[in-house]
Ligand binder design. Structure first.
Ligand code: NAD
Ligand code: DAU
Length: 349
C-alpha cells in the first residue's frame, strides 16, 4: 500500500510517519511537507534512510504539484495532517490558516477524487482534526462526535471548514473518508511556541513562563504517541464516513499544569524545590480564549479498543527528558525567524 502522509515533518506527523514506517515495512510511506517554520526533518533522522520511506517537499495548496505526485506515485490512501496549527498565529494572520487548512485540504480532496475516480472504494482519505471545532465547554460536559460545531478562533474556524469539506466530498462524490478530532497533544518534537514545550524551554533558560489570563483555562492532554496509535487504529479499523474523537481523559487547569511542570523541572535540573515556580508570569489573555476542552473518547475506546497507554506523569517526565537531551534540536528551532516571532509576541503583551 502507498500512503501519502501530509505534514509528516511536524510534531504529530513525525510520530505518525515513524510509527507507519517501522510497524508496516510492506507499506510505502510518502511524507509530503512544505517545511514551514514548524516542519523539521531533524524529527525523522532515525528513519530517513528506510527503504519504505520517501520525503516530498511541497505545498498542499499547489494544485499542479499535488496532481503531479498523485500521477507519479498513485497513492492508495492519504493521512492528512499538514496545517497551520497555532491558535496565537491564527489571531495575527488568519489568511495563512485559510490558505493551508481550507484551500490546501480542498485541493487534496479534489486531486484524490479525480485520481481515484475509477476505483474510488479501494482508497481512503483520512483527515486529522481537532477538538477545537466544537468550541468551548463550561464546567460540565464533554465533546462527543455529535456535539455541534462552534469554532471560535481563526484556527478552529479553518479546521472546522476543512472538516465540513471532507464530509461534503464523502456525501457528494462518494470519496471514502474518515475523520478524527483530538485534544491537546504533548511530547517530543513539539514546537516551543505551544504551552508545554515553551514552558520547558523557558524554565530551562530561566526566562518568564507566560500564563495567559489567570491560568484557569482547561485542556485535555494526550501523549503524542497515543494519538499516533489512535490514528493507526482508525486508519485500519475505523468505519468509512465516520468521525472519532480522541482524548486523554486528562484535564488540567493551565496553572496547575505549569506548577507541576516547574516541579518536575526543579527535580531534573537539580534546582531547589519551588525555584522554577518563581518564573510563572501572568500575561495578557489570548483574544477569545476558549475556557475548557474535554473529550469523550468512548466511541473509539468501545468500538475500536483504543486506550491511552501513557499516564500524564510518565508522559511529562519523558517529554522533559527529551527536551533536556535534545538541546541541539531546541537551539535550532529557537533561532532565526522563530526567535523574532517569539520576541514580537512578548512585546505585544
Ligand atoms: P505542526 O504545526 O507541528 O506541523 C504541521 C506540519 O504541516 C509542519 O511540518 C508544516 O511544515 C506542514 N505544513 C504546513 N503548511 C503546509 C503546506 N501548505 N503544505 C505542506 N505542508 C505544510 O502541527 P501538529 O501539532 O503536528 O498538528 C498536525 C495536525 O494535527 C494538524 O492538522 C492539527 O490541526 C491537528 N491537531 C493537532 C493537535 C495538537 O495538539 N498539536 C491536536 C489535535 C489535532
Ligand atoms: O485542542 C487541540 C489543539 O491544541 C490543537 O488543535 C492545536 O493545534 C494545538 O496548538 C492546541 O491548541 P491550544 O491553543 O490549546 O494549545 P497551546 O499550547 O497554544 O495553549 C494551551 C493552553 O495554554 C491554552 O489555554 C493557552 C495557554 N497558554 C498558551 C501559551 C502558548 C498560556 O497560558 N501561555 C502560553 O504561552
Amino acid at each position: 500500500m502507498k500512503i501519502l502522509i501530509t505534514g509528516g515533518a511536524g510534531f504529530i506527523g513525525s510520530h505518525v510517519v515513524r510509527l507507519f514506517v517501522t510497524k508496516y515495512p510492506n507499506y510505502q510511506i510518502f511524507n509530503l511537507d512544505k517545511l514551514t517554520y514548524a516542519g523539521n526533518l531533524a524529527n525523522l533522522t532515525d528513519i530517513e534512510n528506510s527503504e519504505n520511506y520517501t520525503f516530498l517537499k511541497g505545498d498542499i495548496t499547489d494544485a499542479a504539484y499535488i496532481n503531479g505526485i498523485f500521477s507519479e506515485y498513485k497513492f492508495d490512501a492519504v493521512i492528512h495532517l499538514a496545517a497551520e496549527s497555532h491558535v496565537d498565529r491564527s489571531i495575527t494572520d488568519p489568511l495563512a490558516f485559510v490558505y493551508t487548512n481550507v484551500i490546501g485540504t480542498v485541493n487534496l480532496l479534489n486531486t484524490a477524487r479525480q485520481h481515484w475516480a475509477d476505483n474510488m472504494k479501494e482508497h481512503l482519505f483520512y483527515h486529522i482534526s481537532t477538538d477545537e471545532v466544537y468550541g468551548s465547554l463550561g464546567e460540565e460536559g464533554l465533546f462527543t462526535e455529535e456535539t455541534a460545531y462552534d469554532p471560535r478562533s481563526p484556527y478552529s474556524a479553518s479546521k472546522a471548514s476543512s472538516d465540513h469539506f471532507v464530509r461534503a466530498y464523502f456525501h457528494t462524490y462518494g470519496l471514502p473518508v474518515k475523520l478524527s478530532n483530538c485534544s491537546n497533544n504533548y511530547g517530543p518534537n513539539h514546537f516551543p511556541e505551544k504551552l508545554i514545550p515553551l514552558a520547558i524551554y523557558n524554565i530551562k533558560n530561566n526566562r518568564p513562563v507566560p500564563v495567559y489570563g489567570k491560568g484557569d483555562n482547561i485542556r485535555d492532554w494526550l501523549y503524542v504517541l497515543d494519538h499516533a496509535r489512535a490514528i493507526d487504529t482508525i486508519f485500519h479499523e475505523g468505519k468509512l464516513g465516520e468521525t472519532y474523537n480522541i482524548g486523554g481523559i486528562n484535564e488540567w487547569k493551565n496553572l496547575d499544569l505549569i506548577k507541576m511542570l516547574c516541579d518536575v523541572m526543579d527535580e531534573k535540573l537539580g534546582r531547589e524545590a519551588g525555584e522554577s515556580r518563581k518564573l510563572i508570569t501572568f500575561v495578557k489573555d489570548r483574544a477569545g480564549h476558549d475556557m475548557r476542552y474535554a473529550i469523550d473518547a468512548s466511541k473509539l475506546v468501545n468500538e475500536l479498543g483504543w486506550n491511552p497507554s501513557v499516564t500524564f506523569e510518565e508522559g511529562l517526565s519523558k517529554t522533559v527528558d527529551w527536551y533536556l537531551q535534545n538541546t541541539e534540536w531546541l537551539d535550532n528551532v529557537t533561532s532565526g525567524n522563530y526567535q523574532s516571532y517569539y520576541e514580537q509576541q512578548y512585546e505585544q503583551r
